[in-house]
Design a protein around this ligand. Structure first.
Ligand code: ZN
Length: 361
């Protein structure tokens, strides 16, 4: 994980005691936790964008140091320092779109206390469980866990008593069964609002999977998102401040140009998903279709694979309601392909196959 800047100008109490969003990164305040979780619209799935020259140039500067963590021998990545972000994961060879980069089981997971909507989990109630889980790890696993970043509030700088919890709340993900789990390898991947990798939890396989959302060049840093991307720059930064850093990716630098599109995409997606939970008239569907196609186009331009499977499915569903089975099949097949990149056995793949069967029995 990363600390670009600690938001020291922000009083701890405003650094987000809780998080109102249950889909992305963690956290924090000394008493509360909001674990990273993933967006889970209609079917779930995720990914990203491409060809950002400025990003690539920046990332190349990060490749000057020797790797400090050895990846398994058959991988195309390594862990090493990333300027301004602590450690990061870097491609050591070309990683083609759709390639799985990391596949990881939870190192351990715990049952959190009740999630308070708009707030989070009470950290205090999780400390003992995290300590017990870490104590039960092998020496090598414990070393992996302790190699992950820990973000501390200014008031916590001197306290080593709860180090395990500091690490856990800075890196853990909330899973679909409500448990909160640690993935120490994936935790080394830094954030970008234009990530080049998608991040999927497959409940069917019990694995978190990172796959290339676009071609990733040798030496380029692999990134995922910790925050909902279909929000304005201010909205994303507010979320990321919970991790103690401000994002300076190309999308953030260029936010005056990109904000309106991001907000529009978010509005379209939530409106379309909401409408599809209800019966819609032919007249309504005819009005929804152009919006769905516009959404798909905008997301494709940004290579936002974390959202595209759902947008494709929405387009398929509306097409089917308009009795255009050819178009429905085309969009559903695209969604299936992206879900399949993550995990052929996932529920998302199964659901999309069932949808395709409905189109052509
Ligand atoms: Zn950013």
């Amino acid at each position: 994980m990363r600390i670009r800047f600690l938001s020291l100008a922000i009083a701890p109490s405003t650094i987000c005691a809780y998080s109102s969003f249950t889909s992305a990164p963690t956290f924090l305040d000394s008493s509360l936790l909001c674990a990273r979780t993933l967006f889970q619209p209609l079917y779930c799935g995720r990914s990203n964008r491409d060809g950002l020259t400025t990003n690539l140039q920046l990332e190349e500067e990060h490749c000057l140091t020797a790797p400090i963590v050895r990846a398994p021998s058959n991988t195309t990545w390594e862990v090493r320092p990333s300027i301004g972000k602590g450690l990061g994961v870097f491609a050591t060879a070309l990683i083609k779109t759709g390639t799985r980069i990391m596949v990881e089981e939870p190192l351990f997971s715990i049952n959190p206390p009740e999630f308070v909507p708009g707030k989070g989990y009470e950290i205090q109630a999780m400390i003992d469980d995290v300590d017990v889980a870490v104590a039960g790890l092998t020496a090598e696993q414990r070393s992996d866990f302790h190699s992950c970043h820990e973000y501390r509030l200014p008031s916590e700088q001197e306290s080593d008593e709860h180090r395990n919890m500091f690490i856990f709340r800075s890196n853990a993900y909330t899973l679909t069964d409500g448990t909160v789990a640690m993935f120490p390898q994936i935790a080394k991947i830094n954030h970008s609002c234009r990530p080049n990798a998608a991040n999927v939890w497959s409940e069917a396989s019990g694995l978190r999977i990172i796959w290339a959302a676009r071609d990733i060049q040798p030496g380029e840093e692999v990134t995922v998102t910790y925050a909902p991307l279909l929000k304005s720059h201010a909205g994303r930064q507010s979320r990321l401040s919970q991790y103690g850093f401000q994002c300076t990716c190309a999308a953030c630098v260029d936010h005056e140009r990109t904000d309106s599109e991001r907000v529009k995409m978010g509005k379209y997606l939530s409106e379309l998903e909401d409408r599809l939970t209800r019966n819609t008239s032919e007249f309504a569907n005819k009005k929804l279709l152009p919006k769905a196609l516009a959404l798909v186009e905008m997301l494709e331009l940004e290579h936002m694979m974390d959202y595209l499977p759902n947008a494709y499915h929405v387009a398929a569903e509306i097409s089917l309601r308009l009795k255009d089975s050819l178009a429905a099949s085309k969009w559903s097949t695209k969604a299936l392909t992206l879900h399949g990149y993550a995990d052929e056995r996932s529920h998302a793949v199964l659901q999309e196959r069932l949808f395709l069967d409905r189109i052509s029995p």
